[in-house]
Design a protein around this ligand. Structure first.
Ligand code: SF4
Length: 685
């Protein structure tokens, strides 16, 4: 902190929006935020931010903030004290646990929260409630990345650092729109492409980056594997594999090669809609580069074959020796600010803090000794399984920390029915979200500007979040709420400080071993951090985390959504984000960004619009097998005929009323990106 002007403090913290993790310098006077600047000495963003990080902060003292705890009585939410709400929750949870067992209770944590808070949430569910029913919002975004990269490399984290863009010869961006979703990294990628350097974009939309790319493979949504299979085929056929790397560092290549050489090019070209010569040119460009970096986003993961697509991206890197060096690797673009940290902290039903398998008796014993209580050894429920369990009457209580399931998860009608089936729904939030409207108990949480902790960005960089203003009203940091609740339910957890919890994390998570609150400084540290404090910019330099890199082959399979419904619903709807807003828009809709973009729009190709007599700004009814919504049209050739695209930032639209129940076969991530729909001009004006 520095005193720049009389009475004005400048406090350094980290942006809450996306996984780039930009440093912010917040000017504050009399507990009021005046402005946000981008510090020049921040390694991550070097004087840059996007308009979310710099301008979208006024939600912190918005009049609609939740400011005191509430309990629903006779259908109405009534203001109560913290003491009363803790007693109420403790009594209800204890009764449910006694009557139905601990597996009738579940928790959903949030990548909007700090590492310390995520760690405490999973500890509360495991050590205090006694179940592994803990999951987080990564389930609906990057869970396939975690599983796919763990299978191939042994760990699900980005292999390299963003600064490696300076050292690479080729960039491949697949299923991501970084100039809107990850703007500061997106600007670096765009500068790279504008110099005419080899840039491959694989995306159904002609994104801003695609306009400057040397290769744009504009595939039909849902066919990433088809295109990657073809790329791998041409790399092998053209003799562009890195034999030394494959021999020394990998296993499973012979069988993989046989499978790839037997793919049906005619079929894959047909389903993807990308001419084989375009794919061949991109494959040769990627494999011929001295170093090639790949970046992928939710356009890879939110698919029926999301995990297998991540594994194909890993195959592409291994077959060309693009792992373990500067300027290469596989680099997931994390949607939310702390997706990486949430997974690291054990917010998964099958892995605890530090990614240890909860069903392994040795690791179970380790957790039991560390937490000092019995820890369940059975795998817990993922979020989609929680909905089913609630509808079946097996799940009775759900605690949601900072997640708007009703607006952000697919098949809204089913989500609402599941929430209504519960005996107890606790929602810990900063605003009355669409999900909070169904809560039996509301716990008002502090925003990132009102608390301390750490976030881990998409390049594994653990950075300090510092308190800028005091918590509004009676709000409390999520971590403090969790600790107070743990103690209320009889577990002896030390009084909450971010520093204290980080020390506890460093004792159980091996790659946090050398992380110390006072040594994180302004730049943070990239994990793994050795006990002597040395951090790591590039993973898998000499050996993969799992020993040898593993090749896997999976053939392309059409999404069940298309198989089942395309005949009656001939268009494919895909979802995306815009620069000005963040996911469900809970925060950005309450800032001046709403003056720039104030509604969700449907991107529709002019040919399709003409066929349905739809003009710019007309209302269009989109209908799927689940439901229908009206939305205004924006005619654009960014999408191909037959493909539609929209955002989900505004609750007025609720596009997830139409999205599907199909999930990634491995990670259970919903397939937001392929929805079979039909359209017609709506009567609304
Ligand atoms: Fe925040 Fe991401 Fe924008 Fe940086 S790029 S300011 S982290 S939203």
């Amino acid at each position: 902190q520095s005193k720049a002007l009389v009475g004005q403090d400048k406090i350094r913290t980290v942006c809450t929006y996306c996984g780039v993790g930009c440093n912010l310098e917040v000017s504050v006077k009399n507990d009021t935020i005046l402005s946000i600047q981008a510090p020049w000495d921040a390694e991550v963003n070097k004087g840059h931010t996007c308009l979310k990080g710099r301008y979208a902060f006024s939600f912190y003292n918005h009049p609609e903030r939740l400011q005191y705890p509430m309990i629903r009585r006779n259908g109405h939410l009534e203001r109560v004290s913290w003491n009363e709400v803790y007693d109420f929750i403790a009594a209800k949870l204890s009764t449910i646990r006694t009557e139905y067992g601990p597996n009738a209770i579940a928790g959903i944590s949030s990548s909007r929260c700090t590492n310390e808070e995520n760690y405490l949430m999973q500890k509360f569910i495991r050590a205090v409630i006694g179940t592994n029913n803990i999951d987080g919002c990564a389930r609906v975004c990057h869970s396939p990345t975690a599983i796919g990269m763990q299978r191939a490399f042994g760990t699900g984290a980005a292999t390299n650092s963003i600064e490696d863009i300076k050292f690479t010869d080729c960039i491949m961006v697949i299923g991501a729109n970084p100039t809107e979703g990850h703007p500061v990294t997106g600007a670096k990628l765009k500068q790279f492409a504008m110099k005419g350097k080899t840039t491959i974009v694989i995306d159904p939309r002609r994104t801003e980056l695609a306009k400057y790319a040397t290769h744009h493979l504009q595939l039909r949504p849902g066919t990433n594997i088809a295109v990657l299979d073809m790329m791998l085929y041409y790399i092998i056929k053209e003799g562009l594999t890195n034999k030394d790397f494959i021999e020394a560092r990998t296993e499973g290549f012979a069988a993989f090669k046989d499978s790839i050489l037997n793919i049906n090019l005619d079929q894959l070209e047909g389903v993807s809609g990308v001419p084989r010569e375009q794919v061949r040119a991109a494959a040769i460009a990627y494999a011929s580069a001295n170093s090639a970096m790949s970046f992928h986003g939710l356009g890879v993961t939110e698919h029926y074959q999301g995990t297998f697509t991540v594994m194909q991206i890993a195959n592409l890197a291994m077959i060309t020796g693009n792992v373990g060096r500067r300027g290469c690797g596989v680099n997931p673009l994390r949607g939310q600010n702390n997706v990486q940290g949430m997974a690291d902290m054990g917010v998964q039903p099958y892995q605890g803090a530090g990614y240890f398998d909860v069903t392994n008796p040795d690791y179970n014993r380790m957790y039991e000794e560390f937490y000092g209580v019995n820890i369940p050894i059975e795998i817990g429920l993922t979020i989609p399984q929680m909905y089913n369990a609630a509808l079946d009457g097996k799940l009775k209580a759900l605690w949601i920390m900072g997640e708007d399931l009703v607006q952000s998860d697919p098949n809204t009608t089913k989500v609402i029915k599941a929430l209504e089936s519960l005996d107890l729904l606790v929602v810990q939030e900063i605003f009355m979200t669409e999900t909070a409207r169904y809560a039996d108990v509301i716990l008002p949480a502090a925003s990132f500007l009102e608390k301390e902790g750490t976030f881990t960005n998409g390049e594994r960089r653990i950075q300090r979040v510092n308190k800028v203003v005091e918590p509004l009203g009676e709000t409390k940091a999520d971590g403090q709420i969790m600790v107070e609740m743990m103690n209320r339910m009889g577990y002896d957890q030390a009084p909450y400080t971010a520093k204290g919890v980080l020390e506890e994390i460093a004792r159980i998570v091996p790659f946090f071993a050398g992380v110390k609150w006072d040594e994180l400084g302004k730049q943070g540290k990239q994990w793994p951090v050795a006990p002597d404090g040395t951090d790591t910019k590039i993973l898998h330099t000499d050996t993969f985390k799992r020993g040898k890199g593993q090749f896997f082959f999976r053939e392309y399979i059409e999404s069940p959504e298309i198989e089942s419904f395309q005949q009656d619903y001939p268009y494919i709807l895909t979802t995306n984000r815009v620069l000005e807003h963040y996911n469900a828009g809970t925060m950005t809709r309450r800032t001046p960004n709403v003056n720039i973009v104030d509604e969700d729009l449907l991107l529709i190709h002019p040919e399709d619009a003409g066929r349905h007599n739809i003009a710019e700004a007309d209302w269009v009814c989109i209908e799927s097998a689940r439901g229908k919504v009206d939305i205004r049209a924006h005619l654009s050739d960014e999408v191909k005929p037959g493909v539609l695209s929209t955002t989900f930032h505004f609750p007025e639209l609720m596009v997830n009323l139409v999205t599907s129940d199909v999930h990634d076969s491995e990670a259970k991530c919903p397939e937001f990106k392929v929805v079979a729909v039909r359209i017609r001009k709506a009567r609304r004006v």
